[in-house]
Ligand binder design. Sequence first.
Ligand SMILES: [Zn+2]
Ligand SMILES: [Zn+2]
Ligand SMILES: [Zn+2]
Length: 89
Amino acid sequence: MEEICKHLEDIQEIKVASELVCEECKKVDGWWVHLRTCQTCGATLCCDSSPAKHMTKHFHHTGHPVASSAEPGEKWLWCYEDEAFVEYE
Ligand SMILES: [Zn+2]
Ligand SMILES: [Zn+2]
Ligand SMILES: [Zn+2]
């Protein structure tokens, strides 16, 4: 049984990455492993397997709780605040 948080339940339409690059890594010629898209502001940033962990930093700086995977073929959302995960169609 999945436990879904309020933040995930509130999402009506999922924001997708406009470009498959980490916006912050791109500025400093950094590299990343996987990309995530913030569901509050639409920023696409790198995951926790990446050296700079920009999406986690974004959550701590902005409080934007939910990120989706921006990887092609991956359809899931993650809430940092509640550590809740959900897959979608
Ligand atoms: Zn939540
Ligand atoms: Zn990054
Ligand atoms: Zn954001």
